[in-house]
Ligand binder design. Structure first.
Ligand code: 5RP
Length: 228
């Protein structure tokens, strides 16, 4: 089974999870990325079960709306029962690195108002310690070099993320991304807090404060449900 087939499998399982665990006519949170895209396509088949969604990116909002699924402004929603999203890495405690799709600021906001974070991933995303995947940090453009210097002082190697055409990637929040290579994140929550208070940092891609509550992990022999 290739990685895309695993993602398909976990997307289906996540819809099953929503149907079994979320009462009818609720608003649910939807993440961003290739796994989340497949989840959206599966969700569309049972869209009458939900009242609508909150979206973690413009990309996700457009895909949801293309299926006729209502998207609410996060400002108008107090809480959601579940937030379903992928991850770039997930450790044995449910801490994650996210932001490979440059959407982690809105993802963290959506996760913060969710009763339950349901992480959907294939088994290649499971790691013992976070950090092999470069840590995305969304920064206010003016602060980029100052933040990069602080990352170097911590032993990381920050790379300014570019688009395929060589232009700087601009996020949904009009900010830049630094991908910090070479970190070995043994204390995810402490590092998330430490980096979050650096002036100019909008959002760090460590999800420890908003770690996964449940992970649906697709492997060749099926989808494993992990409760943290
Ligand atoms: O954090 C994310 C986007 O900002 C994604 O959830 C993460 O990059 C995983 O993506 P994919 O499902 O494409 O592997």
């Amino acid at each position: 089974m290739n990685q895309n087939e695993l993602k398909q499998q976990v997307a289906k399982k996540a819809v099953e999870y929503v149907l079994n665990n979320v009462a009818k006519d609720q608003i649910i949170g939807v993440g961003t990325g290739s796994t989340a895209d497949l989840f959206i396509d599966e969700l569309a088949k049972v869209k009458s079960h939900i009242k609508g969604t909150i979206a973690s990116s413009e990309r996700t909002k457009a895909r949801l709306e293309s299926h006729g699924i209502a998207v609410f402004d996060v400002n108008d929603v107090v809480s959601v029962p579940v937030y379903v999203d992928g991850a770039d890495e997930i450790d044995p405690e449910g801490n994650m690195i996210k932001g490979g799709g440059a959407a982690h600021t809105r993802e963290k906001i959506c996760a913060s108002i969710a009763d339950e974070f349901v992480c959907i991933a294939d088994a290649s995303k499971e790691v013992a310690i976070l950090g092999a995947f470069p840590l995305p940090i969304e920064v206010v453009p003016l602060s980029r070099e100052a933040v990069a210097r602080q990352m170097r002082e911590l032993g990381g190697n920050p790379i300014w993320r570019m688009n395929a055409d060589g232009s700087p990637l601009i996020t949904d929040n009009a900010c830049h991304i630094l991908d910090v290579h070479g970190l070995h994140i043994t204390e995810p929550l402490a590092l998330e807090i430490q980096l979050t208070i650096i002036p100019g940092v909008l959002t760090v891609g460590i999800f420890a404060q908003n770690a996964a509550d449940v992970a649906l992990i697709a492997a060749a022999d099926g989808v494993n449900v992990v409760n943290f």
